[in-house]
Design a protein around this ligand. Structure first.
Ligand code: CA
Length: 227
């Protein structure tokens, strides 16, 4: 059965564009152009994922999300205006799964939809939430990492970065995305900090165990692939 996506967006051009692209990718879509209708539809339980604009008539997106989360765990990706850091932070606090900043490339939105759906699926399947790659085993609950049973000591940020790459396996994550998710939205330090942590991870895992786990995609970012 096709995945059903609800698009809550009052800007007709954006909604139409996203709808056409999603249909082209084989998704079923439905639209709402104000917050109140969007909330009603999202609460119906009919949809697999909701794309939610923040600036909406009637009820804004954050209020829609706050009310929706009282009854539903449906994945929600926020569509936010550029530079609205507060919206992103409040959105994630309110239980959004992810966000994309307008104007966004459709490929980025599609990738985030796949990740959100996959995360939902794997949560249902694997309650332990353990992440694996070859003999690597990451247990977020126990905060432990082993390779072939041998323990690996990681700092919190190294751990978060590794878990993020493993959760988004086969998807190239840009440095900015990694920086925001690992260091926080208000991070103002060195921008090459992600490269530094990647180097630490490679020395602690790739080099130590003779594997090529973390791949660099030049000019873009990093990815861990299924081999
Ligand atoms: Ca809007």
């Amino acid at each position: 059965m096709a995945t059903k996506v609800l698009i809550v967006e009052d800007e007709e051009q954006i909604a139409r564009f996203v709808e056409l692209e999603l249909r082209h990718e084989g998704y079923m879509t439905d639209k709402a152009v104000d917050g109140r209708t969007g909330l009603e539809k999202a609460e119906s339980g009919e949809y697999d994922i909701v794309l939610l604009d923040i600036m909406l008539p009637e009820l804004n997106g954050l209020e829609v999300l706050r009310r929706l989360r009282k009854t539903s765990e449906v994945p929600v990706i926020l569509l936010t205006a550029r530079d609205s850091v507060m919206d992103k932070v409040s959105g994630l606090d309110l239980g959004a799964d992810d966000y994309v900043t307008k104007p966004f490339a459709i490929e980025e939105l599609l990738a985030r939809i796949r990740v959100a759906l996959k995360k939902k699926g794997s949560q249902a399947k694997d309650e332990g939430g353990k992440l694996t790659w070859h003999e690597l085993m990451v247990d977020p609950a126990a905060y432990s990492v082993t390779y072939g049973g041998a323990p690996i000591e990681l700092s919190k940020r190294e751990f978060d970065l590794l878990a993020l790459l493993l959760t988004n396996r086969n998807i190239v994550l840009g440095r900015d995305t990694l920086l925001q998710k690992v260091c926080g939205y208000d991070y103002v330090g060195e921008t090459n900090v992600i490269d530094v942590y990647i180097r630490y991870l490679r020395s602690k895992i790739d080099e130590r165990f003779g594997v090529h786990m973390i791949q660099t995609v030049r000019g873009v970012g990093y990815v861990i692939k299924d081999e």
